[in-house]
Design a protein around this ligand. Structure first.
Ligand SMILES: [Fe+2]
Ligand SMILES: [Fe+2]
Length: 237
């Protein structure tokens, strides 16, 4: 498969998929774009997370198309709280954050939850926004929330997709990107602590499917994401 160079600031979501998003998600994305248009990498993170979450849901867990769309929409808006002006200025300033600044950034799920509800998103999506940094073992943030046993499968899946994207993205400033194989190893080590243990099977089956489609054991990031996107679109179009 050839990787097609695209304008880095352009959306990778086809119009045919964007046009059928619910009005509440469209309105939330409009808000995100208005507040964060100077940081296209952030918007790319949202889209990549959405495609990975949709692929995980469709390819392995055999969800129906409306369910896969909900996972996709959750990925698109999961970090809406990072559009808060103070948080956005902190994450976009290109330097390591102090402890105090990190605790401000860690408010993005709570802030995002309020923003998402104000835009009328489905409550299950709002819960992804609120809980996507809560660990299976109770660590993570925000700390004063419902015990993890009550968190939905969609939250756990988008949390996994978010971590996959974050660990491999070559554009991240503070972390050396992992190859896909190393990413699978690292994330597997976090099953039962960071991630819901039942996602171990999901992750491996899904990654085997991507390896099969790319016909390589350890594809480049570009080939990996091109494949993830085209695979997810089979279930979204
Ligand atoms: Fe986040
Ligand atoms: Fe994220």
């Amino acid at each position: 498969m050839n990787h097609i160079e695209a304008d880095p600031s352009s959306s990778m979501v086809p119009d045919s998929v964007a046009s059928i998003l619910p009005d509440s998600v469209k309105a939330t994305l409009k808000y995100v774009k208005k507040e964060t248009s100077t940081n296209y990498l952030l918007q790319r993170h949202y889209e990549n997370t959405a495609f990975i979450a949709a692929g995980l849901a469709a390819r392995v867990d055999n969800h129906t198309v409306p369910q896969v769309q909900l996972y996709f929409e959750s990925g698109l808006v999961h970090d809406v709280g990072k559009s808060d002006p103070e948080i956005f200025s902190l994450i976009g300033n290109g330097r390591a954050l102090s402890e105090e600044e990190s605790s401000v950034v860690q408010q993005h799920p709570s802030i995002g939850y309020t923003v998402a509800l104000e835009h009328g998103v489905h409550i299950d999506i709002a819960h992804v926004v609120l809980y996507h940094h809560v660990w299976w073992d109770g660590n993570g943030y925000p700390s004063t929330i419902t015990p993890h046993q009550n968190i939905s499968d969609m939250v756990w899946c988008v949390e996994l997709a978010d971590a996959i994207e974050a660990s491999m993205d070559p554009n991240r400033i503070y972390r050396h990107p992992l190859t896909p194989v190393k990413m699978v190893q690292d994330i597997s080590a976090g099953m039962g602590t960071h991630f819901h243990p039942k996602l171990h099977h999901t992750l491996h089956l899904w990654y085997e499917s991507i390896q099969g489609q790319t016909q390589t054991d350890d594809p480049s990031w570009e080939l990996f994401m091109d494949t993830v996107r085209s695979d997810a679109l089979k279930f979204l179009l």
